[in-house]
Design a protein. Structure first.
Length: 288
């Protein structure tokens, strides 16, 4: 199928940029604490917002007519229309320069920084990289590289290919089980204004995209890993967090998040683990 894909035409969109504004209000933070079933106090005006929670801001305002069958906008962002209909989270790279604070006026610059055609175990894929820079009144706060993979449609009656990965190290000091039930995933979709149907529409996820259940959001597992890290490193600051998706997770069974310190506590390694014990997400972190 690669002969039919004009990847160079898509690559001409590299450098496309949009700028958005928002305000770091408190209400969505309250919703996120509930969605993640955390005990964290909700930050008050002027207080820092925990790492990763910035995803409750800068919602897409795409009207219904702009949404595709999967629920996601088909236009209005920096990624051009691609020939593959299915989208999945492939990972993220976060650099934290300064904490956002409740009440901050925010600006976000989003730029398409790469788009490429690759072959994987499940067929041909298009990978897109968006670089987002979030600014507060104090300057640059967060740089986020977001990786999205586009895949061809599943043929009628077939199932989506799910890669099997290696297992994480056997003995790890940080461990937690996550029950990502449909209500939790729906609430997370709501608070992040994520309309992707694979995360809340079981019939669509299974019959159209060929998955065995509702798909756990990549950023949901990302936040579970960040929170495991925070809980085991009180007083430390996350300066960078790099996550790569290796296999999807589903609501059909609990999954694990595990990790360990490295470099005498200056860094950490973490993994999200499927119910079968294989790697779904792998993470490297730097701490200060």
């Amino acid at each position: 199928m690669s002969d039919a894909i004009d990847i160079e035409s898509l690559r001409k969109h590299i450098g496309t940029k949009i700028v958005e504004e928002d305000e770091a209000t408190q209400a969505p933070l309250r919703g996120l604490v509930a969605a993640l079933d955390r005990e964290d106090p909700v930050p008050k005006r002027g207080e820092p917002i925990p790492p990763g929670w910035h995803l409750v801001y800068f919602h897409s305002a795409a009207r219904k007519a702009m949404l595709g069958e999967d629920g996601l906008p088909t236009s209005g962002g920096v990624i051009p229309k691609v020939p593959f209909p299915r989208r999945m989270y492939a990972g993220t790279s976060l650099t934290f320069h300064d904490a956002l604070r409740v009440g901050d006026a925010l600006k976000r610059e989003t730029e398409l920084t790469d788009i490429a055609l690759r072959s994987g175990s499940t067929g041909e894929l298009i990978f897109a990289t968006q670089t987002r820079r979030i600014f507060s009144p104090r300057g640059l706060a967060i740089v986020e590289e977001s990786y999205t993979v586009f895949r061809d449609a599943v043929k009628a009656g077939e199932k989506s290919g799910i890669p099997k990965r290696d297992t994480p190290p056997a003995i790890l000091p940080w461990m937690r089980q996550i029950v990502a039930d449909p209500v939790s995933l729906f609430r997370y979709s709501a608070v992040t204004f994520n309309p992707h149907r694979i995360h809340y529409d079981r019939t669509y996820a299974m019959s159209v995209e060929g998955y065995p259940g509702i798909v756990v959001h990549g950023p949901y597992s990302q936040q579970c890993l960040i929170d495991l890290l925070r809980d085991n490193n009180p007083g430390k600051t996350i300066t960078s967090f790099v996550q790569r998706a290796r296999a999807p997770l589903f609501d059909t069974a609990p999954f694990g998040v595990v990790g360990r310190p490295v470099d005498n506590g200056a860094g950490a390694e973490l993994w999200a683990v499927t119910p079968a014990g294989t790697i779904a997400m792998e993470v490297t972190v730097r701490l200060a």
